[in-house]
Design a protein around this ligand. Sequence first.
Ligand SMILES: [Fe+2]
Length: 184
Amino acid sequence: MGRGPALPQEGRIVQEFGTVKGFPVGLAQEARTYACGRLNKVLADTQILYGLYKKHHWLMRGATFYQLHLVLDKHAGEQLALVDALAERVQTLGGVAVGDPRHVAELTTVPRPPDGVEEVPAMLSRLLEAHEAILTDAHDAAARTAALGDDGTNDLLVSQVIRTGELQAWFVAEHLVDTPLVRA
Ligand SMILES: [Fe+2]
């Protein structure tokens, strides 16, 4: 007779959020703690941006529906890849990555959109504002973590978060140029 799984299980917290454990990666505990704090903020905002892209992918409308529907989903996928890279960087530094969406909501500073449907330009400008807020924060975090010797975090923020965000902002921003669809 086999036994079923031992459920449910409850245990103590083995590592608190906001702490880093000792890790032999050649970086001081102070530098790793600082980087994890900055990374978790970018991670929370990036998870919200991912959600915004999906929401707008679904709710898009108008003459350019199909193009926007596709490009917003592509950007969502790229943001989701950043979410994973940021979370795994936090773990690499011995920290605890923010994961639960309700915890994410507590950390993010990206404004919550209405539950209903906004006009198309408002949806696009909301994405651009989120991009700019994340980019501004990422530039600052990249400079400060580099100053503490954390080249890996600097590289992730510059090569992935900033480069991806800038490119995506370009693609979205060009949809907000006032171009007549029919007559010049
Ligand atoms: Fe879809």
